[in-house]
Design a protein around this ligand. Structure first.
Ligand SMILES: Cc1cc2nc3c(=O)[nH]c(=O)nc-3n(C[C@H](O)[C@H](O)[C@H](O)COP(=O)(O)OP(=O)(O)OC[C@H]3O[C@@H](n4cnc5c(N)ncnc54)[C@H](O)[C@@H]3O)c2cc1C
Ligand SMILES: *[C@@H]1O[C@H](CO)[C@@H](O)[C@H](O)[C@H]1NC(C)=O
Ligand SMILES: *[C@@H]1O[C@H](CO)[C@@H](O)[C@H](O)[C@H]1NC(C)=O
Ligand SMILES: *[C@@H]1O[C@H](CO)[C@@H](O)[C@H](O)[C@H]1NC(C)=O
Ligand SMILES: *[C@@H]1O[C@H](CO)[C@@H](O)[C@H](O)[C@H]1NC(C)=O
Length: 541
C-alpha cells in the first residue's frame, strides 16, 4: 500500500504541537503559522532572521518577485509562501528547517530563482520560502585553485570574484550570469567550457549542507553517497545547500568570442546541418560553438517589405586566439565564411559578458547585477541529441517556428571532456554519445493572459512530439536544469510518489536514478525535502 508521506509529516507535527501544549492551551484552532514564528524566535536566539509576512510586510511582494525569472510564476493566482525568510547566518537557516519540520510546513529554498517551472518560488502546498540572497559570500583562494561560494551567489558573481583575483583562472558554468549556484551546480550545470572541462558539478570539491534534522554536514560528515547525489541530482531533494567549494580551472589571459548570424535565405539550413558534424566531434575541445535559432524580421532587398524568417546564430567561445580560430573554421567549416573581423579577443571575464549577450565593451561589473537581463513569460523543454537531424527534420522545425511568435532553440554542444567522464561518476548522467543539448523555448508576454499561455504551451508540446523520431528513446532524455513538469510530477499533497516519478526520474538521471532513490530514502526517510519533482523515497516492503 502506498502511504502518504506528506500527510504523515503533517500528523507528526500536530502531535508535536499537542504534546508541547501550545495548541491545547488555546481554545481557538491551532495556528501552525503563529507557532512557527514563535519557534523561529526561540531557536534563532542571537539574531532573528528577517521574516516577510503576506498582507503585513510592505515589501513581501517585491521580495517574492525580485528573482522569479519566469514571469509565468508572478501572476496574482500563483500560490505564494506563508513567509519569506532571508537569513544572513547559517544558524538561521537551521532554525527555519527545524521549525518548518516541527509545524508541518514545506520549506522551499531559492538561490537565483531561475527554475523554469518556478519551483523555488511557488508550490501547491503551504510553504516557507528561504531566499539565500544575503548568503552569497565568495572566498577565492588562488593558491589552491579553489573558492568557497555561498548558496545565494550567482554565476556572474562567481566569475567576477574569480577574475578579480586572477586573469588566468575561471570556472566552467552557464552563460547566464543571473543564474544562482544553488540550482545550477546541483543540477549539473554546463556552459561554454563544458567540452574542455565538463560540467560545473564535475568541479565541486566540498559542500556545506543542512539535512532534515537541521544539522550542518560537509563532504566528510555527509558521506560520499550524499555528496555524489547533490552533484547533478538536484540538491532540493536532499537538504539546504549553504555553500559549495569549487575547483577553479585554467583559462588563457586572452581568448576569442564571435557571433555569426545567417537567415534561411542565407543558407541557414545547410549550415545548421553541417554544424552538427563539426561542433561536437569535429573540432578541439577548446572550441564551443553554441547555436541559437530564432525568428526575425528582415527587409527583402528587392521590394523593401518586412518578412519573417528563421535566423541561426553560431556563437563561438574559443580558449585561444582569433587567427587560430579563423584557420580552424577555414579547414573544418568553410561554408560559414568565418572571418578574422568576426573575432573579438578579450579576457575570460570580458568574454563571459559578451557571451551573455551584452554589447562589446560593457564593463565586467555587469556580472554583479542580479537583474541585468530582461525577463519573459516562457515554457521550455529539452532533449539530448545523439545523431545528426536530417535537413528535412530541420525544415519541419522552421515551419513550426514561423507559426509561433517568439520561439527559440538554445543549443549547447557536448563532446570532449563532458563525454569522457563515466556516467556514474556523479549523479549527472548525460555523457558519452551525446552531441548536443537542445533547450526549446517559447516566449510570450504575460499580459496576453491565460488563453494565450495555453496556446503557446500547446505549441511547445506539439514541437516536442514532432522531435520524437530525432532523439533517443527508452529513455528519451532531459536536463534537470531545464525543468519540465510535463514529464510528470509528485503529488505532494498525498500519495507515495515512486510510480509517477519513474518516467521523469529516468529521463533526467538515466541509471543513476536508482542510486538517487536509495540515497534519498536513507538521508530523508520522512521525505521532508519534498517538491513537485523531488526524488521520492522508496518505502521498504
Ligand atoms: C535565462 C536562463 C539561462 C540558463 N542558462 C543555463 C546554462 O547555460 N546552463 C545550465 O546548465 N543551465 C542554465 N539554466 C538553467 C539553470 O541552471 C537552472 O534553472 C537552475 O536550477 C537555476 O538555479 P537557480 O539557483 O537560479 O534557481 P532556483 O530557482 O533558485 O532553484 C532551482 C531549484 O533548486 C532549488 N535550490 C536552489 N538553491 C538551493 C539551495 N541552496 N538548497 C537547496 N535547494 C536549492 C530550488 O528550490 C529549485 O528547486 C538557465 C536558466 C535560465 C532561466
Ligand atoms: C538564548 O538566550 C537565552 C537568554 O539570552 C540564553 O540563556 C540561552 O542560552 C540562549 N539559547 C541559545 C540556544 O543560544
Ligand atoms: C516582426 O514584425 C511584426 C509586425 O510588425 C511584429 O509584430 C513582430 O514583433 C516583429 N518580430 C520581431 C522578432 O521583431
Ligand atoms: C542592473 O541592470 C538593470 C538593467 O540593465 C538596470 O536597470 C539597473 O539599474 C542595474 N542595477 C544596478 C544596481 O546597476
Ligand atoms: C494540493 O492541494 C491544494 C489545496 O489543498 C490544491 O489546490 C492543489 O491542486 C493540490 N495539488 C495536487 C497536485 O493535488
Amino acid at each position: 500500500m502506498e502511504s502518504s508521506n506528506y500527510a504523515i509529516l503533517l500528523l507528526t507535527s500536530v502531535l508535536l504541537v499537542t504534546i508541547s501544549g501550545k495548541a491545547s492551551s488555546s481554545s481557538s484552532a491551532p495556528s501552525p503559522q503563529g507557532d512557527f514564528l514563535t519557534c523561529l524566535a526561540s531557536i534563532s536566539n542571537e539574531s532573528k532572521p528577517q521574516v516577510y509576512v503576506p498582507n503585513q510586510s510592505p515589501s513581501y511582494l517585491s521580495i517574492l518577485q525580485s528573482s522569479i525569472n519566469n514571469l509565468r510564476f508572478t501572476t496574482p493566482s500563483t500560490p505564494k509562501p506563508q513567509f519569506i525568510i532571508t537569513p544572513n547566518r547559517e544558524s538561521q537557516v537551521q532554525a527555519v528547517v527545524i521549525c518548518c519540520k516541527r509545524y508541518g510546513l514545506k520549506v522551499t529554498v531559492r538561490s537565483g530563482g531561475h527554475d523554469f517551472e518556478g519551483l523555488s518560488s511557488t508550490s501547491d502546498v503551504p510553504f516557507v520560502l528561504v531566499d539565500l540572497i544575503n548568503l552569497r559570500n565568495i572566498d577565492v583562494n588562488i593558491k589552491d585553485n579553489s573558492a568557497w561560494v555561498q548558496g545565494g551567489a550567482t554565476l556572474g558573481e562567481v566569475y567576477y570574484r574569480v577574475a578579480e583575483k586572477s586573469p588566468v583562472h575561471g570556472y566552467p558554468a552557464g552563460a547566464c550570469p543571473t543564474v544562482g549556484v544553488g540550482g545550477h551546480i546541483s543540477g549539473g550545470g554546463f556552459g561554454a567550457m563544458v567540452r574542455k572541462y565538463g560540467m560545473s558539478a564535475d568541479h565541486v570539491l566540498d559542500a556545506r549542507l543542512i539535512n532534515a534534522n537541521g544539522e550542518i554536514l560537509n563532504r566528510e560528515t555527509m558521506g560520499e553517497d550524499l555528496f555524489w547525489a547533490i552533484r547533478g541530482g538536484g540538491v532540493a531533494s536532499f537538504g539546504v545547500l549553504l555553500a559549495w567549494k569549487i575547483r577553479l580551472v585554467p583559462v588563457p589571459p586572452i581568448m576569442t568570442v564571435a557571433m555569426v548570424r545567417r537567415t534561411l535565405e542565407q543558407g541557414a539550413t545547410d549550415l545548421v546541418y553541417k554544424w552538427q558534424s563539426v561542433a561536437s566531434f569535429g573540432v578541439p575541445e577548446e572550441l564551443f560553438i553554441a547555436l541559437h535559432v530564432g525568428v526575425v524580421n528582415t527587409t527583402s532587398s528587392t521590394k523593401g517589405e518586412l518578412r519573417r524568417t528563421v535566423e541561426a546564430t553560431f556563437q563561438f567561445f574559443f580558449l585561444g586566439r582569433g587567427d587560430e580560430l579563423v584557420q580552424l573554421m577555414k579547414n573544418k567549416f568553410p561554408e560559414l565564411g568565418f572571418k578574422k573581423k568576426d573575432c573579438i579577443e578579450k579576457s575570460w571575464a570580458e568574454s563571459a559578458v559578451i557571451f551573455a549577450g551584452f554589447p562589446v565593451g560593457t564593463p565586467v561589473d555587469i556580472l554583479l547585477n542580479r537583474s541585468s537581463l530582461p525577463k519573459t513569460t516562457f515554457k521550455a523543454k529539452s532533449d539530448f541529441v545523439t545523431k545528426p537531424i536530417p535537413k528535412a527534420g530541420l525544415e519541419g522545425i522552421w515551419k513550426r517556428f514561423l507559426k509561433e511568435e517568439r520561439p527559440e532553440l538554445v543549443i549547447g554542444t557536448w563532446g570532449g571532456k563532458v563525454n569522457e567522464i563515466p556516467e556514474d561518476a556523479i549523479a549527472f548522467p548525460h555523457r558519452a554519445g551525446n552531441m548536443y543539448l537542445i533547450d526549446y523555448v517559447s516566449n510570450w508576454d504575460a499580459k496576453e493572459g491565460k488563453e494565450a499561455s495555453d496556446k503557446h504551451i500547446k505549441w511547445m508540446r506539439e514541437l516536442y512530439d514532432y522531435m520524437t523520431p530525432y532523439v533517443p528513446k527508452s529513455p528519451r532524455t532531459a536536463f534537470l536544469n531545464y525543468r519540465d513538469l510535463d514529464l510528470g510530477q509528485n503529488n505532494i499533497n498525498g500519495t507515495s510518489t515512486y510510480p509517477q516519478a519513474k518516467s521523469w526520474g529516468q529521463m533526467y538521471f538515466k541509471d543513476n536514478f536508482k542510486k538517487l532513490l536509495k540515497v534519498k530514502s536513507k538521508v530523508d526517510p520522512q521525505n521532508f525535502f519534498i517538491s513537485e519533482q523531488s526524488i521520492p523515497i522508496i518505502l521498504s516492503s
